[in-house]
Design a protein around this ligand. Structure first.
Ligand SMILES: C[S@@+](CC[C@H](N)C(=O)[O-])C[C@H]1O[C@@H](n2cnc3c(N)ncnc32)[C@H](O)[C@@H]1O
Length: 306
């Protein structure tokens, strides 16, 4: 279990903005290695509860072991956060805060066997959980146009069609089985393939395999619904598409009446559901980035249920 280590990003900032107080109940929607969770449990004792979710059973196992000293107040559940409403947590449990720390944990990226990284030669998998369509299925079965759209939409890759064509040609005789094979096919589409481009293509496949944007949309809406009045939602994202979705969802939920000004009185009945706590996204300082390179693309936004 020792090997499941993840250095939490924006730890102090997230916990402060979550406004963790003694006796409060919280959800960590992305438990990972349990770093943020541990800090919540240190601050919401002696009676506050924490429910931790993760779609990866290995993260659940590692965090359960790490937080075993808190088992009276901590429950870990192997579940996608889009499905948090399916959990039987007692409808009277008042939730004072919910944290989303999106993306992957370090062990998921670093273990080449999980097939997320082009640095090693693992099986083409990329599933955060253990079921569903894998990267192997997607790369070998999706149409060429679908692949190009994925690279363009989720990876913002200009040469998306050329790369999709190379993949479609390469898989005619034999399926593409490993991350190394895929990386070589992508590399050959350009004389000098920047590592950044390769990372973006792999990330695009991962986002599609795990349906990450739909997960996030559903998770944010359900999370806000579950919050008690005055409860906080804090989201740390690592990709511009995720941050845009967080920003737009918060904006929509914070918007007051949307009736045209010419109407004498409100007919839309819309009232703000949340108020923004962070006006601009918070980002890590240079020191945190130098100590933890995975923090470099992090953006944190927070809001409070009205
Ligand atoms: C960046 S890590 C979280 C790290 C954690 N905050 C810590 O301090 O160790 C993100 C975690 O969220 C999980 N995850 C990502 N999307 C998820 C989803 N839709 N539902 C549940 N868990 C998810 C991943 O499996 C991963 O373990």
């Amino acid at each position: 279990m020792d090997e499941f280590r993840h250095q939490p990003v924006l730890l102090e900032e997230a916990i402060d903005l979550l406004n963790v107080r003694p006796g409060g109940n919280y959800i960590d929607a992305t438990l990972g290695g349990g770093g943020h969770a541990l800090e919540i449990l240190k601050r919401n004792g002696p009676s506050g509860r924490l429910i931790g979710l993760d779609r990866d059973p290995r993260a659940i196992e590692a965090a359960t072991a790490r937080l075993s000293g808190y088992k009276e107040r901590f429950t870990a559940v192997n579940l996608k956060f889009s499905l948090m409403d399916e959990m039987n947590w007692g409808s009277d449990l008042k939730i004072d805060g919910i944290l989303f720390d999106l993306g992957l944990s370090s062990p998921q990226i670093d273990h080449w066997q999980r097939g997320f990284s082009f640095m090693g030669d693992g099986p083409l998998d990329m599933r955060m959980g253990l079921n569903g369509v894998s990267a192997r299925d997607l790369v070998n079965k999706a149409g060429e146009k679908e692949l190009a759209d994925i690279f363009y939409r989720y990876g913002e890759e200009q040469k998306s069609r050329k790369i999709a064509r190379a993949i479609a040609e390469a898989r005619i005789n034999n399926p593409i089985e490993t991350t190394g094979q895929l990386a070589r096919i992508i590399k050959e589409t350009r004389p000098q393939m920047p590592a950044k481009t390769m990372a973006r293509i792999f990330q695009a496949i991962r986002i599609r395999v795990n349906d990450e944007l739909n997960e996030l949309e559903q998770g944010l809406n359900t999370g806000v619904e579950r919050l008690a009045s005055g409860g906080r939602i804090v989201v740390i994202s690592y990709h511009s598409l995720e941050d845009r979705m967080v920003k737009e969802t918060f904006r929509r939920l914070a918007a007051p009446c949307i009736c045209p000004p010419r109407l004498p009185s409100c007919v839309c009945g819309k009232i703000p559901v949340i108020k923004m706590i962070t006006k601009k996204a918070l980002v890590p300082g240079p020191r945190q980035i130098s100590e933890n390179s995975r923090a470099r693309s992090a953006k944190l936004r927070a809001a409070e249920k009205v």
